[in-house]
Design a protein around this ligand. Structure first.
Ligand SMILES: Nc1nc2c(ncn2[C@@H]2O[C@H](COP(=O)(O)OP(=O)(O)OP(=O)(O)O)[C@@H](O)[C@H]2O)c(=O)[nH]1
Length: 655
């Protein structure tokens, strides 16, 4: 079994293509924003003046694009922005809505983005709000909350690859929201595309009417002009009434260092104006709207938003945690029915983060605070480890989310960090029927006193969907069986490909499951999962001991069947990263008092000044000073010196 920190940057670099960072014409529009609204819009495009009141609800469409990773959502968004003159038509725009550096580097969408476009169809001016959504399973929370602000969606499918695991997952999210779904085949320009085969797949998997299916190439622009007419003809306009008291759904937010939190609202009823006092139903807090506008594609103040519109507000919120996703905003003293809202996002993976150099603690603390200001789905708790000093235990939506956070810390804040092995939220059910979620192996109830009170231990399960060519069936069954999976279902998507469903422990999925799936299927299998509750499991905590002293940062919760293999592997790898010392160092892995595996590093007597014979005192002093400096970066586990670097190498699998 592969060990610590499986989802490394190296792995993801091959998983997603890397795209160069580019400059985009829209970025220069920001410079225009010191003028009045109309002037700004005019300066962006002299032929266009936005007059928002002329957009009654029937001339508004709120829609999104959903698809499997890489099927072309962001590229299609670029073409639609060009077609509507929202950005200049240079044809060189690439994934304009992927604004984060990490999104551009990895070529993935992490954060959903909203953009308003204006489009003339059959002599009428329409306001079209497009929400670009991320494709990866970790960010499906972003997808579902974005869908709540839409009435319809374009289901984009790569005409060469056909439907994939996330096509299925996203279809059901949209279907569950009751949205109108327009199927669109993309990449018809590719020589390997087979639109007829993919149309049949869509019919049989989703029972969608494909008689007027759109066939496009987002990259080369083929049939792009068929998209917006279809959106207008088929997707219903928002139903709210401008006459009713104001209420709006808060469905996204981000942090801006100049104005604080910016919230995205979908206005359901009434009108919201700059200067209005609004009330958050979730926190019972009053806010004054200091700015309101639309994303076009950057923030353009409009002074108001009315029923059916989607736009941003600035209202003096200081932290992203104040902006509760799913909250209903309404006017003070007005009684409104609250909007359904969403379940809060749950952390699926926890990991400890520690500075490589302990002197960096304060700086890192500051940087983590800044990053979480913008991402309220990361949970943060301080923790102290005997081996790694002060750090944090962070909760993420998944391992990709964790790796994106790590990469942003490294890229944007130049942080040098150690990330411990990810752990999933295990559950302890006590005999008195109380429960406790374990986020850190140190909380495992293995002391005699606590173990006595435990009724059972449970682990989180997921329902995984995999789609692959039928010749890989045997290898996929072998992979899932080896990961303690239980097959639930399999069907043929067409005459060549199979969709298989398995219930698997989440802990097995956050290990190197995805790598294995790709390598055993020559890259053809795709994978998605959803939560599937908790199941009783034979869990144990494996500790690592150095000369009989436990190293807390290295303890790990495992299924009993994994212990022997992991235990043996760890002692071997640790032997490679720990330097020889002046005495024997015994490395052991253990379950309670029972030793699983053992390695010994034999003693070395090191005299750093041995070569400085004669009277060269200053050289001797320099060497001793250098050794003293080195010791500062050491941690003592009992009598064993352990440099942070050894942890870094071990966690990053450099051994
Ligand atoms: N040949 C061809 N390539 C396309 C087409 N549309 C998109 N691509 C390419 O497919 C790749 C993925 O496109 P994206 O627009 O980033 O896909 P996405 O669905 O937004 O990806 P995520 O944000 O990661 O979910 C890029 O290299 C695009 O240039 C198309 O119509 N034809």
């Amino acid at each position: 079994m592969t060990l610590l920190f499986q989802y490394t940057s190296r792995r993801l670099a091959s998983y997603y293509r890397c795209r160069p960072i580019q400059r985009y014409p829209i970025l220069s529009m920001q410079r225009l924003y010191s003028k009045s609204t109309t002037e700004k819009i005019k300066a962006g495009d002299p032929s266009k003046v936005i007059d928002l009141p002329s957009f009654p609800a029937e001339n508004i469409r709120n829609f999104s694009i959903i698809a499997h990773i890489d099927h072309g959502k962001s590229t299609l968004a670029d073409r639609l922005l060009e077609l509507t003159n929202t950005i200049s038509q240079r044809g060189s725009n690439k994934q304009v809505l992927d604004k984060l550096k990490v999104e551009r580097e990895r070529g993935i969408t992490v954060k959903a983005q909203t953009v308003s476009m204006f489009y003339n169809y059959k002599g009428k001016e329409y306001l079209l709000n497009l929400i670009d959504t991320p494709g990866h399973v970790d960010f499906s929370y972003e997808v579902s909350r974005s869908l709540a602000a839409c009435q319809g969606t374009l289901l984009l499918v790569d005409a060469a690859q056909g439907i994939q695991a996330q096509t299925v997952a996203n279809f059901y999210l949209a279907f569950g929201e009751g949205l109108h779904i327009i199927p669109v085949l993309n990449k018809i320009d590719l020589p390997g595309s087979d639109p007829e085969r993919v149309v049949k797949q869509i019919e049989s998997a989703f029972e969608l009417d494909t008689s007027s299916i759109l066939k496009i190439s987002a990259k080369s622009g083929i049939n792009i002009d068929t998209i917006l007419p279809s959106v207008i003809e088929n997707i219903p306009s928002p139903q709210g009434s401008i006459q009713k008291p104001f209420r709006a759904l808060l469905f996204d937010s981000w942090y801006d260092k100049y104005v604080g939190v910016v919230c995205m609202l979908g206005v359901v009823d009434g009108v919201l104006r700059k200067g209005d006092k609004v009330f958050s139903a979730h926190s019972d807090t009053k806010y004054e709207i200091t700015e309101v506008g639309i994303m076009h594609p950057e923030q353009v103040p409009t002074g108001y938003l009315h029923a059916g519109q989607v736009g941003y507000v600035v209202c003096g919120m200081k932290s992203a945690s104040e902006a509760y996703i799913g909250d209903t905003f309404h006017h003070l003293n007005s009684k409104v029915e609250l909007l359904p809202g969403f379940q809060p996002a749950q952390s699926m993976v926890f990991a400890g983060i520690f500075p490589v150099d302990t002197n960096d603690f304060r700086k890192l603390d500051d940087n983590i605070k800044k990053l979480t200001l913008n991402d309220a789905s990361v949970t943060v708790h301080k923790e102290t480890s005997n081996a790694l000093g002060q750090g944090w235990r962070l909760g993420f939506l998944g391992t990709l989310h964790m790796d994106v956070f790590r990469q942003r810390l490294e890229n944007e804040y130049d942080a040098n960090i150690i990330v411990t092995q990810p752990t999933v939220p295990y559950r302890v059910v006590y005999k008195d029927k109380t429960t406790h979620i374990i986020r850190n192996p140190t909380e495992f109830p293995d002391s005699d006193e606590r173990a006595f009170k435990v009724l059972r231990l449970e682990e989180p399960m997921v329902l995984a969907t995999m789609i692959f060519p039928e010749e890989y069936m045997g290898k996929m069954i072998e992979l899932c069986g080896g990961r303690r999976g239980e097959q639930k279902d399999y069907v043929y998507v067409d005459d060549k490909r199979v969709m298989m469903k398995y219930v698997l422990p989440l802990a097995e999925v956050v290990q190197d499951f995805y790598d294995e799936l790709k390598s055993r299927s020559s890259g053809y299998a795709t994978f998605d999962y959803e939560e599937h509750g908790y199941e009783e499991s034979d869990l144990v905590k494996m500790s690592v001991l150095l000369n009989s002293k436990p190293v807390d940062a290295l303890s790990v919760i495992l299924h009993r069947s994994q212990v022997d293999q992991v235990g043996r592997d760890w002692v071997k790898r640790l032997k490679n990263v720990i330097q020889r010392q002046l005495f024997d160092v015994v490395i052991q892995t253990a379950l309670g008092h029972k030793i699983v595996a053992r390695e010994t590093i034999s003693a070395l007597r090191k005299n750093v000044t041995a070569k400085c014979y004669g009277g060269d005192v200053s050289r001797k002093m320099k060497l001793l000073q250098k050794q003293k400096e080195g010791k500062k970066r050491m941690k003592m586990i009992g009598n064993v010196e352990l440099p942070q670097k050894a942890f870094y190498d071990f966690m990053d699998k450099k051994t």
